[in-house]
Ligand binder design. Sequence first.
Ligand code: IVH
Length: 673
Amino acid sequence: MPARERALALRAEIEEHNHRYYVLDAPLLSDAEYDCLFRELQALEAAHPELVSADSPTQRVGAAPLPEFAAVVHATPMLSLNNAFDDAEVTAFDRRVGEGLAIHGDLDYSAEPKFDGLAVSLTYQNGILLRGATRGDGATGEDVTANLRTLRSIPLHLQGSGWPTLLEVRGEVLLWRSDFERLNSQQREKGEKAFVNPRNAAAGSLRQLDPRITATRPLRFFAYGIGLAAGTSLPATHSALLDRLAEWGFPVAPERRRVKGLAGLLGYYAHIGGQRALLPYDIDGVVYKLDDLAAQEHLGFASRAPRFAIAHKFPAEEALTELLGISIQVGRTGALTPVARLVPVFVGGVTVSNATLHNEEEVRRKDLRIGDTVVVRRAGDVIPEIVRVQWEKRPTGAPEFNMPTSCPVCASKVVRNTDEAVARCSGGIYCPAQRKQALLHFASRRAMDIEGLGEKLVEQLVDSDIVRTPADLYRLGLLALANLERMADKSASNLLSAIEQSKQTTLARFIYALGIRNVGETTARDLARHFGNLDRLLAADEADLLRVPDVGPIVARSIRQFSGEPHNLEVIEQLRAAGVVWRDVEVLASTASNNTGKVFVLTGALPTLTREAATQMIEAAGGKVSSSVSKKTDFVVAGAEAGSKLEKARSLGVTVIDEAQLLGLLSVAQPVQ
Ligand code: IVH
């Protein structure tokens, strides 16, 4: 048989066995037989390099390491689910759905396990795996294609037929508990750190810059839905869609069921609750999705979660431990937070030795005293909390807790506004604790992303007065760093290059990095999109700020307070002078005072994107789509058989682009990196 044909036959056979093993859990071959086929293909490809193709199973084993992950803007945002913690909340959900659809009687739902792993999206173009990305902040994730390709449960090309030309599959990457145990014993043997739980291990394995490491980790994938599908019609229900995904070669939860009405939902919850310990992987609840896809669309989304689906969580795990003491943490904005120090206890998959107590009121409400035996709870990603005290075990004479009246770090007075539960240190940037936190926030991954600038280092830099403000970071030299304790030359130069790299950022990240009170990542992104440049934001008055979607009086006031402080403007100037720049050209975002994004008109048939998909992508990047061409149109995106709109665009001198150029524009128009 000619080499090409043999290679094709081997590939098909190997992928079939991968599918049988990793997806269907029904292998036909022994490991040795499988290895034999695999080695034959490797040898053949080595002898005929021209036969190697990207979708060959030999190419899963790991490409060369990357310097960093590229950012990926999700075509449609990866949202989260609302949670229900008891039957009453599920009942209310079912009622809301019925009311929203004006349907009495039982609704059909698709019920599935809620995998406790990490969400990824996989994009297939013409049936070939093109890109895989993490969820990130929901709007932008990281390109982990090379790593995801090493998962043998992820098809490199789709099976069967009838798949969309462009398909984005969403699902969860996880580790089976048994694989996690094995991985951890290997880690320990190698003298490396063990992972705390399967989810952390899966996340750590997927976010490896070296895909060859990912390839050694037995990660699995389950598909639970799609983001985008262009170029074909889809089934009418979610459960049929999952069946379709299975036909195309994706693993889908065998435990999924179609259930009827509230009784069906609660019955499923009880059933899966009983199975939980028997499943090979961790789940933290079940997910209910209205089965009818048209009805899903009708209900739509409320802020960051769909109205047609809900996660019904299992109760969080609880454990008993002892309260050793209460210490005070001083945050970025001076907030004093009491933190419980506990005898370490294993709960919810991790060892807990601290739990936040939020504020003084909370300590009083729970009436916590040193030496108390307390119930600690932790679920999934949620930070651990103290649920209650076991009064009967209280030691006699245990004193009440009182918030200090002066800052434990800088001794400034502690103040508390009457309308706030939080007590704050009044020291501002005089307080080293606040300075440290502000610097850590500035350097954090989602802000300026200065790798290597961790807590210990910030502590030393601030304590030795080398760094006072974020701008000082950009004046650091090798000499100053080399004098610090435990700082090797290599780490010092790595840090300097990370600082240098951070100078190229985006406006949204920069705004977020400033650490303005009440301005989180989402608000920073909204502000960047709305104002398009920093000076406009800093000059904005309250009325301007209130025009930004989702900005209310509290956020507006925080921003005004920040920009009214000459010291803050000075630091910003210094940062700019040091060379910090952002791509102020958010191409699609607002540039004019009318605050509208760039206007696009779509015409003709685009080669891969449906009109709907293109619209969603443009809007996700801050642009607008209009149906008619005028002088105000910024771009006309023309596909095959574009007609009068194209002519009109030409006559008005409007820029005409094709799909590839649109995708190019969208990739530079990321609201965040
Ligand atoms: S559907 C619009 N189905 O839960 C949201 N999510 O809180 C669509 N998850 O980040 C999500 N199992 O990673 C869906 N069967 C399942 C899931 C599931 C786990 C995760 C997912 C998402 C989070 C949502």
